[in-house]
Write a protein that binds this ligand. Structure first.
Ligand SMILES: [Zn+2]
Length: 136
């Protein structure tokens, strides 16, 4: 399924679940409604973030010639792709966000890193930047 279709069906699912929840919780307070809505919408949020971040990896640099590959930040040598690796992040309400990105190593100095993580300014750790910030 295309990403846009996934988001649409997720959004329909959220509306349906909220309606069902409203029907079975006729005496809900505003706070309870707010908590339920946030819990449901966080699923859409996580998927939106995942799809948008993952789309930045679409240029399959591992299949390109040397001149078009990302270079080592230390010695500027074109990287060698070591294949895709998954990374799990925790977004709002602990929602899982999964990224698949190519790991590259430098044939000259041996440094290894993920060009997508660099591009997105993604720090090590399992929390998304916003989650990390909200803990401070
Ligand atoms: Zn290097």
């Amino acid at each position: 399924m295309e990403e846009k279709e996934i988001l649409k069906s997720l959004s329909d699912e959220i509306i349906q679940e909220m309606n069902a929840w409203n029907s079975s919780n006729p005496d809900a307070t505003f706070l309870e409604i707010e908590i339920k809505a946030r819990e449901l919408v966080s699923r859409l949020e996580a998927r939106l973030i995942q799809g948008s971040a993952q789309a930045k990896e679409t240029d399959k640099w591992s299949e390109r010639g040397e001149k078009e590959r990302p270079t080592c930040p230390h010695c500027h040598t074109p990287l060698i792709s070591r294949g895709p690796r998954k990374r799990n992040l925790q977004g709002t309400r602990g929602r899982k966000i999964e990224l698949e990105r190519n790991y590259g190593t430098c044939p000259n100095c041996g440094a290894g890193f993920f060009p997508l993580d660099e591009k997105l300014h993604l720090q090590p750790g399992s929390l998304t930047p916003l989650q990390r910030g909200s803990l401070l």
